[in-house]
Design a protein around this ligand. Structure first.
Ligand SMILES: Cc1ncc(COP(=O)(O)O)c(C=O)c1O
Length: 397
């Protein structure tokens, strides 16, 4: 193949951008995640980021990050098995394990990496992975890397899961993989049922709590807190870059497994450790959650309810769910991007999901209203929604 033909394979299909006159992806933000955020020199209300608790630009978190940078510099320039293992690293791992109520935890550079890593270590060719049909790309890619059989089950459908578990034969170990909060939908997995089924069929549950940690549960402890699950005997992963407002990923569970990962997980051992600033930043957020989640969590849920009420009153189909996410069923890719554009023109940032992130013609527009949003920002959103709805439904004919 000559180079021209080689590179032609990568040319982007920009038909949606041409038809809608809008590209919502990679827009360049010029401020921190304060309220409002600055885009292209203009102020916007941020309903797009995963800054659920509004702590990304909280002065206490900034101070913790800046203090660590001043004391220890920008990076430890090493993987966790080498110089990356600053004492802050182990301290935060212990803190996270205690926060989750699990025996031990290990921190990776991202949850994507954590999810890619975990299956290759725990699963082999003789095993089978049962995975929710809507599971995040990182879980799907990770499961594929294990090289074993993969059986998807219908989204949040324990009956379908049971029917698959009941038919398994010649399997060394079955794993059941799901997310806690499905971020495109705002739905929460029936995790108690899933765990009970795992116990019955001796399967190991693997849960990605990226959108649950710091978000759901009485004390913001995530999925295990939400379902009041003690003694969880599976594998837990989560992102430190959403409600925890920094970056990184965690794998937690039994100490024997976590210690094994410390020596045999390539994604951990061969990748530069998260920085001291990040470690202190996550520590500061955990401290705030421990003391203030009642107030901050209530505010986050109130913001969701007010926006949900405005959306449904204006005629939008919002997926029901308990998570602080409003996800609009927006139709095909063109309609979804047009809807994102209508919000953008009202100076509101949202997240459109189109195929292949969601099934074809089943686009979603996701709105997450962080706890830090001002009354003025919320009013901007609430007042804009009926105007956007008129435009959207008129275009639908
Ligand atoms: C469910 C889920 N898992 C994992 C990730 C990856 O998290 P991180 O950004 O820490 O890599 C995401 C982020 O989009 C996510 O939504």
């Amino acid at each position: 193949m000559n180079p021209a033909d080689f590179y032609r394979r990568f040319e982007l299909d920009d038909s949606i951008v041409r038809e809608t006159g809008f590209n919502p992806y990679y827009c360049s933000i010029q401020s921190g995640l304060s309220d409002p955020v600055r885009v292209d020199g203009r102020d916007f209300v941020d309903l797009a980021s995963n800054n659920y608790l509004g702590l990304a630009a909280d002065p206490r978190v900034i101070c913790a990050v800046a203090g660590a940078v001043e004391r220890y510099g920008a990076s430890m320039c090493g993987t966790p098995i080498a110089t990356g293992c600053h004492e802050l690293y182990r301290n935060l791992e212990r803190k996270l394990a205690a926060f989750l109520g699990l025996e031990d935890a290990v921190i990776l550079p991202s949850a994507y990496q954590a999810n890619n890593a975990v299956f290759g270590v725990v699963a082999g060719k003789e095993d089978v992975i049962l995975i929710d049909h809507f599971a995040h790309s990182s879980l799907v890619q990770g499961a594929r890397a294990a090289g074993c059989r993969i059986r998807p089950f219908l989204h949040n459908d324990p009956d379908h899961l049971r029917s698959i578990l009941g038919k398994l034969k010649d399997v060394r170990q079955a794993f059941v993989v799901t997310e806690s909060v499905f971020s495109t939908e705002g739905s929460i997995a029936p995790f108690r049922d899933i765990i009970e089924m795992c116990i019955e069929y001796r399967a190991i549950p693997i849960i990605d709590d990226s959108h649950g940690i710091g978000v759901i549960g009485m004390r913001g402890g995530g999925v295990l807190d939400h379902f009041d699950i003690a003694g969880f005997d599976g594998v837990y992963t989560a992102s430190l870059g959403k409600a925890l407002a920094n970056s990184g990923g965690v794998i937690a569970g039994r100490k024997v497994l976590i210690d094994h990962l410390r020596y045999y997980c390539p994604h951990l051992i061969y990748s530069t450790a998260v920085t001291p600033g990040t470690l202190e930043g996550v520590g500061a957020v955990l401290g705030i959650i421990e003391t203030e989640f009642d107030r901050i969590g209530a505010r986050m849920r109130e913001n969701r309810d007010r926006i949900r009420h405005a959306l449904t009153s204006a005629g939008f189909a919002v997926i029901p769910g308990d998570a602080p996410i409003n996800s609009i069923e927006a139709g095909n890719s063109i309609r979804t991007i047009r809807l994102a554009k209508a919000f953008f023109e009202e100076r509101i940032l949202t997240t459109p999901f189109i195929h292949p992130s969601v099934p074809l013609d089943d686009g979603r527009l996701r709105l997450i209203a962080g706890a830090h949003l001002s009354e003025q920002s919320l009013r901007t959103v609430l007042e804009a929604i009926p105007r956007i709805a008129r435009q959207y439904f008129a275009a639908a004919g």
